[in-house]
Design a protein around this ligand. Structure first.
Ligand code: C2E
Ligand code: MG
Ligand code: MG
Length: 601
């Protein structure tokens, strides 16, 4: 019994002990197995690493290279040994690390045309280095493309304004005398609008090519494209006025031959402005601004020219700003007046209308020439207020003459291109007619051929709406814009006003005479009245009459008149003989020249 008890006690004590021993053994086994797995996983780490990893001895021998390193070597050069793609100066770098007591280094190197990055980690105690390689070629290509794009114009491939500014600033910092030449293609915008964007872009490419060709003769020079049709030439060491003038003349000659774009032959001119350092400024912004001031001066003078900057140009720009400001208030301050130039019917030598021509008397400057203020008003937008005033005044006056019992005549009003495009134009004309009481048939609206061609769809729609009001429509300065001949049928116009330039050389230039004859014939075919502008000599009138031109306007008959002068003429005008066949368009009768009495104020 005693023995049994002893055994029971022994078993009772041994059971938990066995359980503890078994548990500990299981834990020990699990830990050992876990560590082996971790070790296996660690051993796989370089094998599975997608980045090339190598183990290299201090003398540059490859002890181990992971599959990614082999792939890299193979990718760069078929069947290449992995050692071949290591940096050629690897041993030098390792030596420097060991000598300097440093463990890590990283640098980029070229392998054939590839850019590789090498990172080295030296483990002095193990006598090896871990080398990590990275192919940066694609990243470098992307970076250099981005760099190129940020400094170049995509369309022409030329360096852009940012590149220009950097280059100019660098040169100025060295104190190198430098000139800046800005070039702008004249009439580029109308071309784009008429012939389309693609043609405009091809043209810019062709211009860039010609300008680049010129750079061979300009050491250190470079051509850049800024925006639109604006180019800039950077000219280090070229500051002598005469050499700059020569360069401008060269550019002009270079651009003179026709550009052949999309089967079209196009001719262009350039406006050019230049400034020089140090004479005109010693920082990039000032030089560019002054070259632009000179360029704008050329533009205002009609383009196709070159101007070097000089200080008075700034003064002119300020004066222009002041004039622009004064112009905005001219109509409201009562500084505008109208002159009226008679328009004569050739067949019976009768005044059938007048063209209202605006004049501006500036409070201190006196009368400002039209050539100065009309373009200024057009660019500043003041032309719309001026145009409204002219329209309203012309309608009021014409109605007042009729109300005074004078013979009815047409009054023609010039509409500027900008005013013609204004969305309120038709309502404005309607309101002027309504307020004045003038019957629409006595108002004639003149728009220039180029304004009509600016946006043909819009022009046709506006002309249709104006025509629906019952007013007369005339195409002014006909023959000087992009030839609108093909569009004439679509425009509901009543009259063509043949530009003075054709009349001036009518007798001396047979080609011009042929054009005049063709325009008159075409006008007759389309049932339009053709009026010749700028008739100054009896010989011109005789030619026009022989060509069956309908009407004339010019100094031969009368200069533009003040209202009292016109009223005197009107008072002497017999009432219109409505049975006269010439009333009907196209039925013209020959009249001896002697019946034309030049009317001079
Ligand atoms: P335009 O509409 O072609 O007007 C005819 C211009 O030729 C007028 O010049 C007139 O005086 C001038 N002229 C007339 N006969 C002869 C001649 O026999 N020989 C010469 N050499 N010239 C002659 P003006 O008054 O200086 O007007 C010039 C231009 O200014 C006008 O050309 C027109 O485009 C513009 N203009 C005039 N008044 C207005 C206006 O009220 N509004 C707008 N938007 N433009 C106007
Ligand atoms: Mg006119
Ligand atoms: Mg004209």
């Amino acid at each position: 019994m005693h023995d049994v008890l002893t055994w029971v006690v022994v078993v009772a004590l041994a059971l938990p002990l066995t359980a503890v021993v078994a548990l500990t053994a299981r834990r020990l086994l699990r830990r050992t197995l876990g560590e082996a797995r971790v070790r296996r996983r660690l051993a796989l780490f370089p094998e599975r690493n997608p980045q090339p990893v190598l183990s290299v001895s201090f003398d540059g021998r490859v002890r181990y290279a992971n599959p990614a390193a082999h792939r890299l070597a193979n990718g760069l050069c078929a069947h290449a040994e992995v050692a071949k793609v290591l940096p050629p100066d690897l041993v030098d770098h390792i030596g420097a690390l060991l000598n300097g007591g440093r463990a890590e280094d990283r640098w980029e190197y070229l392998h054939q045309s590839n850019v590789l990055q090498c990172s080295v980690h030296c483990m002095e105690d193990l006598g090896v280095c871990h080398v990590y390689l990275k192919d940066l070629t694609a990243q470098h290509i992307a970076e250099s493309l981005l760099d190129h794009h940020s400094l170049h114009d995509l369309l022409t491939g030329l360096p852009n304004q940012r590149a220009f500014n950097e280059r100019l600033a660098g040169t100025l910092a060295d104190g190198t005398p430098t000139a800046v030449l800005l070039l702008h293609l004249d009439r580029f915008r109308p071309l784009m609008e008429t012939l389309g964007h693609a043609t405009g872009e091809s043209l810019l490419g062709a211009v860039a090519k010609r300008l680049t060709g010129l750079m061979a003769s300009l050491p250190g020079g470079a051509v850049h494209r800024f925006e639109g049709a604006l180019f800039a030439v950077f000219c280090p060491h070229l500051t002598a006025a005469a050499r700059l003038d020569d360069l401008a003349a060269q550019v002009k000659a270079l651009m003179r031959p026709a550009f052949h774009i999309d089967g079209r032959e196009l001719y262009f001119t350039f406006s050019m402005g230049a400034s020089r350092a140090p004479e005109d400024g010693d920082d990039a912004a000032t030089l560019l601004r002054r070259a632009d001031t000179a360029l704008q001066h050329v533009k205002r003078e009609g383009g196709d020219g070159f101007q070097r900057y000089f200080p008075a140009l700034d003064a002119q720009a300020v004066a222009r700003l002041e004039l622009e400001h004064a112009l905005t208030h001219a109509a409201a301050r009562g500084e505008l007046t109208l002159r009226y130039q008679p328009q004569m019917r050739i067949s019976d030598n009768r005044m059938v209308g007048v063209e209202a021509l605006v004049r501006w008397r500036h409070p201190t400057r006196g009368e400002v020439p039209l050539t100065e203020f009309i373009p200024l008003a057009e660019s500043s937008g003041a032309i719309i207020a001026i145009g409204e005033w002219v329209l309203r005044t012309a309608c009021e006056r014409a109605q007042a003459w009729q109300a005074a019992g004078l013979p009815s005549i047409t009054v023609a009003v010039n509409l500027s291109p900008r005013h013609f495009r204004s969305p309120n134009l038709v309502q404005e004309v309607q309101a002027c007619l309504a307020q004045s009481g003038l019957a629409p048939r006595w108002l004639e609206i003149e728009i220039t051929e180029s304004a009509a061609m600016h946006d043909i769809e819009l022009a046709t729609a506006t002309l249709d709406r104006l025509k629906a009001l019952g007013v007369q429509l005339a195409l002014d300065d006909f023959g000087t814009g992009h030839s609108a001949l093909a569009w004439l049928r679509r425009f509901p116009v009543d009259k063509l006003k043949l530009d003075q330039s054709f009349v001036r050389t009518l007798q001396s230039d047979p080609a011009n005479a042929a054009i005049v004859r063709a325009v008159i014939t075409l006008g007759r075919e389309l049932g339009l009245v053709v009026l010749a502008e700028g008739v100054e000599e009896a010989g011109q009138l005789a030619r026009l009459r022989a060509m069956h031109c309908d009407q004339v306007q010019g100094y031969l008959f009368s200069r533009p008149l003040t209202e009292p002068q016109l009223l005197e003429l009107l008072a002497g005008l017999p009432p219109e003989d409505t049975s006269h066949p010439a009333e009907k368009r196209g039925e013209l009768h020959e009249h001896p020249t002697a019946r034309v009495h030049p009317l001079r104020p």
